[in-house]
Design a protein around this ligand. Structure first.
Ligand code: PMP
Length: 290
């Protein structure tokens, strides 16, 4: 039995429900985060909470509890569910309103925290490598719906995932409006060429927290990471490719659009980063149980 936090209460999952007039449901009007806990510690909790409040600010949504209260509510939800390894999903919707879309008619945002036992998302593919496909649907442009708002409107990402599924890919790779490499449907993308790591700038992607962790790990190992525009040629001819995300962690890509990447196995540098990532997720974080 899972307890879900809703507006200050901890309710059983069967009773955890929101109104059909909630604008999160009616319009995808809201924001969310995905966070992981490893071995009794929440990884990068403050960074995720900061991003949640920034996403909310960007859509002019006032979260009715402070960051500190959010932090405590997340920890308490994990404690109530006796979890040590978990995926944590805080979300804030615009709340109940009329059928019209005007957010001013929604007086009270809904705050929800869902937690779940969770294993690494890609299973065997961490050792085998993922097949990725580029998709026809382009990443939302920054002047329409900036990807840096982690909003409940994830249809752009879902369209990419549908296309990846249809094409037999494990993950989609988005291009942006200019035809440059953007990101995955739920992760950031990196390539390695001649022992240097490259990743697209985060202006038209989500500024991933795992992305930052991977960059820090690489720098600590003396491997240079350059933020630069990348095209299809760069990914088709890369020595190694990997993606990063809270759910994906660091995952190797060994095929893109039918082109084999490197020797077709997870790359050497990618594996080094994966190993270090595994190590630090077990070491650092906000303790759940004091
Ligand atoms: N891009 C998108 C579109 C995502 O949904 C995610 C997952 N939150 C990421 C990148 C990776 O971000 P993070 O490392 O902060 O989970």
């Amino acid at each position: 039995m899972t307890y879900v936090y809703i507006d200050g209460d901890y309710v059983h999952e069967e009773e955890a429900s929101v109104s059909v007039f909630d604008h999160g449901l009616l319009y995808g009007d809201g924001v969310f985060e995905g966070i992981r806990a490893y071995e009794g510690k929440v990884f990068k909790l403050e960074e995720h909470i900061d991003r949640l409040y920034r996403s909310a600010k960007a859509i002019k949504l006032d979260i009715p509890i402070t960051k500190k209260e959010m932090n405590q509510a997340i920890i308490k939800t994990l404690q109530k569910n006796e979890l040590k390894n978990a995926y944590i999903r805080p979300l804030i919707t615009r709340g109940v309103g009329s059928l019209g879309l005007d957010p001013q008619k929604c007086p009270k945002p809904t705050v929800i925290i869902i937690v779940q036992e969770w294993d690494a998302m890609y299973g065997d593919l961490y050792s085998q490598g993922l097949k990725a496909v580029t998709v026809a649907v382009r990443r939302n442009s920054i002047d329409a719906l900036p990807p840096n708002i982690k909003s409940l409107n994830y249809l752009n990402n879902i369209l990419a995932k549908i296309e990846a599924n249809v094409k037999g890919g494990d993950e989609a790779i988005f291009l942006n409006q200019q035809g440059k490499i953007s990101e995955g449907s739920g992760d950031n993308l990196f390539i390695i060429q001649d022992n240097q790591i490259y990743t697209p700038p985060a202006l038209n992607n989500l500024k991933g927290i795992t992305r930052k962790t991977a960059i820090d790990i690489a720098k600590n190992k003396g491997i240079e990471v350059q933020e630069t525009d990348l095209g299809l040629f760069d990914i088709y001819t890369a020595d190694e490719i990997f993606v990063t995300g809270t759910a994906a962690e660091i995952a190797p890509i060994v095929k893109v659009d039918g082109r084999q990447i490197g020797d077709g196995n997870p790359g050497k540098i990618t594996k080094k980063l994966m190993d270090k990532f595994k190590e630090i997720t077990g070491e650092i974080g906000t303790p759940i149980y004091g």
